[in-house]
Write a protein that binds this ligand. Sequence first.
Ligand code: C2E
Ligand code: MG
Ligand code: MG
Length: 875
Amino acid sequence: MARRAAAAERLPRPRLPVFAVLGLGEAEAAWIEEARAAQMRIAAAALPFLLVAQLLAGAVAAGAALAAGRLDAVLVPAGGAVAAGIAVWLFLLERSWRGLKLSARLSLAVVAAACMGLAQAFLLRACLALPPAPIAGAAACAAAAALIVGATALLPIRIASLAVAATGALVAAPMAGIAATVETLFLLLFAGLLWHLARHDLTTAFQRMKADRESGRARRLVREHENHGTGWFWETDRTGRITYLSEKVLKELGAPGEPAIGRPLTEIFEMDSGAPETERSLSFHLSSRTSFSDYSVRSVDGKKDLWWSISGRPMVDKFGQFRGFIGGGSDLSAKRRAEAEITRLALFDSLTGLANRQRMRFALDQALAQPQGSYRPTALFLLDLDRFKAVNDTLGHQTGDELLKQVAQRLIRTIGDAGMVGRLGGDEFEIVLPGENDRDALARLAKAVIASLSQPYAIGGTSISIGCSIGIAVAPDDGDESQILVRNADLALYAAKGDGRGVHRFYREEMLVGAKSRKMLEDDLRKALADGQLHLAYQPVVSTIGAEVVGFEALIRWTHPARGPVSPVDFIPVAEECGMIEAIGEWVLRTACAEAVKWPDSIRVAVNVSAIQFVNPAFPRLVVSALAASGLPPHRLELEITESVFLDEGASSDETFGRLKAIGIRLALDDFGTGYSSLGYLRKAPFDKIKIDQSFVRGAAAPGSRNAAIIRAIVTLAETLGMETTAEGVEVQDEIALIRELGCSHIQGYVYGRPMKAEDAERLVGDGGGKAQASGYRVSRAPRTTMFRSARLELHGRRRHVRIRNISSSGAMIDGLDGIASEAGAEVMIELIEEQMFRASLRWVKDGKAGLQFAEPFDLSRLKMGPEPRALRYG
Ligand code: C2E
Ligand code: MG
Ligand code: MG
């Protein structure tokens, strides 16, 4: 109501001047014109009756006049009246006056009506003047009646009616005395009545126009909403049968032959039982006559993928009677389809079509959910592609994507129905294998996966080879919750990657211990740098010829406040992983340069540089800065880089080598022979020195060792390329002569001194004269490597877990044999390399420890020290 009043307010109230009310002159507004036209149409429709009345009156008058012999007295007014009547009619008829304005036609009609009134009044007077006779009386009555009919027929056009009445009255009645006064009075009364009716006409027309406008707008809006919006309307009768439904929903429901109109609403729509917000049913609301809103419904017998949201409320008439339901709806189908697509996208990897992380998590949860009764084991494989990043970087992302698709196909082919394959993102894949815990079968499957993925891929005419590492965790042994199982498989994958990639590893408890201690180490290391727990030790590098100290290698030392010294072998990889190596490396470089500047001019300092530091484009700038800050001449600084920098070889490494050489510093290749097995890089990398790894040096003097041959080959290679050689890790005096004989230019090892404090180093090259003194054993013995690795041992056909404490090529010391009495001489099998058993015999057993002698010499270089045993030393 309030809204309608507001809309009406906006329309200017009609001005009703006399002319407008009387219907004369130009219409001020279209609605007035329309109202006039409507009045003229009504009057025009009545005019034939008037004409008949006039003809009748004329005929009776003519009869009476003929009888009185005065025909001429009536003929003119009767004929005039009929002619004027026809004229009025014609002016009222729209069709005959196309060119004439409505206001002009109306004015003409009013004039004609006045003439008609005049003619009829004269006819009346003529009839009254006839000699009294019954027929003359009838003629007067007829003339008067025609006058009344005329005024009545033209009543819709108030002014025309008044003109007829006024002219008729004025002419027909005696013009003097009391009669004239009475007549004028009645005429004024009639005029007043007509004025009132005319005003009423206009007000009604104005209101109708207003109402029309509003309802017209409402209709347009509804139609617009129904045809072009998502909304629609419905209505039911008291019994819940549909009485109205928007056209488009009728079409969508499309059950031919069964029009929805007339059928119960609940037969057409059914509720979406899955929608959480609809706790009451549609029929409940219809029968309880309560409102409902936003209920998800779909068609009962139409297409099932059409969804709507509907709302409704009961209608009550002004007497409080329930009339049915009225409501609206909106299309939910597109939204539902979008939701379904989102769900699909949320569960599948768009590139490979494999299940994604969420879905795999769901699948794992389901596989782990314990069914009633016995427990169903589940195995989880986590896969990581080896060298995938290199493919992506060198051959582009498109090739990388294609490779991932092919990997996905191979995985599906290899796994078949045994499990579910998913991609977690990047080059990480996962396989869930429900019902499987046979470790041998799992190992076979893992090997099959690795073999399949390691076959070359043909992409865009290029053959690409990658590898794959797999970590395996098996429920319930390795955890019965998905989160734990995934974490453990991840630890196993980490170990697989640490063990040289291209292998699979089963989760073992030590891995978790290792990971925890790694985390602890990381936290402590952050503090160590800030709290000054780090310092550098300097190990002399001695020339083979004169046994002179030519320089020192700076080696980082960490004294942990609680644990004491921690080896760089343990914390440098952690620093590399957690991103602290840059800060530590910078500190080492600046400290070493500042220290070396105190030594004599001929003494160099060697600083170890991690591959991560080296590939940073800002590294040469750091070197310049450290040299400038310390004042150390560039030729006295030697940077030691391991072969691992060539693994991530990018365009930047050539440039970095160039920029470093341009500074004037020296470059040494550290731990040569242990890592990357391509010699190609030696052609272009401008090294000044090759440092032969300890593993070739130690034991080189032992009988039967082939190391001497290897060292000789390396020396020849270095000499050809114009490089010096340093033999690392020389511990016994016997080896010095051998190394010299083999042609190495320098020696670094305990035999000439362990890494020492800065003051000691300064003293050695200052007061000490720079001569190195050999010390230590004279005779080489089979070198032992300390370790902490868990392994399986088979004794009398029974397998048990033991730990290897140290190992040499001929034997090992193990512990974990508690409860076993002296079994010296017993034959055992020991797992020296994962999944590979070696024959050995027990030499002695005491307090759970035992000495093993291998049946055949074991090549120690086959032992790859993964990150796990190393990290375990800290803890
Ligand atoms: P590296 O650069 O090959 O250093 C030689 C390692 O061999 C040193 O171990 C040294 O103490 C040890 N060594 C020297 N002579 C002998 C010997 O006769 N017998 C035996 N058994 N060992 C000998 P350290 O100090 O534990 O360092 C181990 C590794 O840690 C280094 O190997 C180097 O790769 C890394 N490292 C040490 N300091 C730093 C550093 O400041 N930055 C970086 N990035 N790495 C460092
Ligand atoms: Mg080094
Ligand atoms: Mg080295």
